[in-house]
Ligand binder design. Structure first.
Ligand SMILES: [Zn+2]
Length: 313
């Protein structure tokens, strides 16, 4: 390779570096905010092609590594000075998320620039050299925390705020306000909806056992509401037995028994072993049960004679 070709290629690789790293961080952040739940995370992936091109130049590769593990500075619509070395300046992406004002998913724009809280870059008062040693020593990962404010493009209402923690090349969704919107199936009875929704939030945040507990509460509350005189029944199993007995005979056997599901959840909770009651399976059983009950109720309503007609005959 001639000297001049090498210089040109190095320059190209360097330009690539300035585009590739920030784009990779923005992309990962978009995936995180749009598709992940609380305490879930994504890894920043540099496209293989670009990474290969850069890695051909040992020096640039080192730079890329330094930058990947150096400070990442977010910016929104207002331009900022990009003057620090070993720093990735990444653009805050537009993200699609649920807006409670608009009642649907909407595009959200970043408002202002990020807040980093607290200022991790001050290195907790360490002198620069020690700080660098601390951040770049083998096995030590760089930590940044971002508070990101986003505004709905539709209603421009109260912004949503995300708390994102960065460790090395990983981004974790550590908090958000308002709480993530979860869709509760229409067939879940009103008395159970709140607990069903709480169960989803708990499960999606990695609290499987707590999620099961709330699904169990959802079943209990629906049963309590359906069974006459249920306030005198203290045993959950007895309550569910009475609930199942109260369902129309013709409908039984067409959908999962809530008594069996309730029993499975209880076993898992008492054993403190969520694996005994896989959340998604349990949730599917609950959904199918109430779908079945709903179908039956609607069919019964269609075949039942109208009150007026009944009186006339
Ligand atoms: Zn909105």
């Amino acid at each position: 390779m001639s000297q001049i070709t090498k210089v040109i290629n190095e320059q190209k690789a360097r330009e690539l570096l300035n585009i590739v790293l920030p784009a990779a961080v923005s992309r990962a952040l978009k995936t995180l905010l749009e598709t992940k739940h609380l305490y879930q995370r994504v890894d920043v992936q540099v496209e293989k092609e670009a990474a290969d091109a850069i890695s051909r130049y040992a020096l640039l590769h080192q730079t890329m590594t330094m930058e990947l593990f150096g400070r990442w500075v977010a910016f929104g619509r207002e331009p900022i000075k990009k003057e620090e070395a070993n720093t990735v300046y990444f653009l805050l992406p537009t993200v699609r998320t649920y807006c409670s004002e608009c009642g649907r998913e909407q595009p959200f724009n970043p408002v202002g620039n990020m807040l980093t809280a607290p200022d991790f870059d001050s290195g907790f008062g360490l002198p620069t050299q020690e700080r660098l040693k601390k951040y770049f020593s083998p096995g030590v990962v760089r930590v940044d925390v971002y508070v990101l404010t986003y505004e709905c493009q539709g209603c421009k209402g109260i912004p949503q705020v995300f708390l994102v923690r960065r460790e090395g090349t990983k981004l974790t969704l550590s908090g958000r306000t308002p709480i993530e919107h979860v869709e509760v199936p229409r067939v879940i009875p009103q008395t159970g909806k709140e607990f069903y929704s709480g169960a989803l939030v708990a499960y999606q945040s990695g609290q499987h056992l707590a999620g099961l507990f709330m699904l169990r509460t959802c079943i209990e509350q629906v049963a309590r509401n359906a069974v006459e005189g249920s306030e005198t029944i203290v045993n959950g199993d007895e309550l569910l037995k009475r609930y199942m007995e109260g369902l129309p005979e013709a409908a039984k056997g067409h959908f999962p028994s809530m008594r069996a599901t309730y029993g499975t959840i209880s076993t898992a909770i008492h054993a403190a072993n969520p694996e005994l009651a896989p959340f998604e399976d349990i949730r599917k059983d609950i959904d199918s049960h109430f779908e079945g009950v709903d179908v039956h109720k609607r069919a019964a309503a269609r075949t039942r004679p109208q009150a007026g007609q009944a009186q006339a005959t």
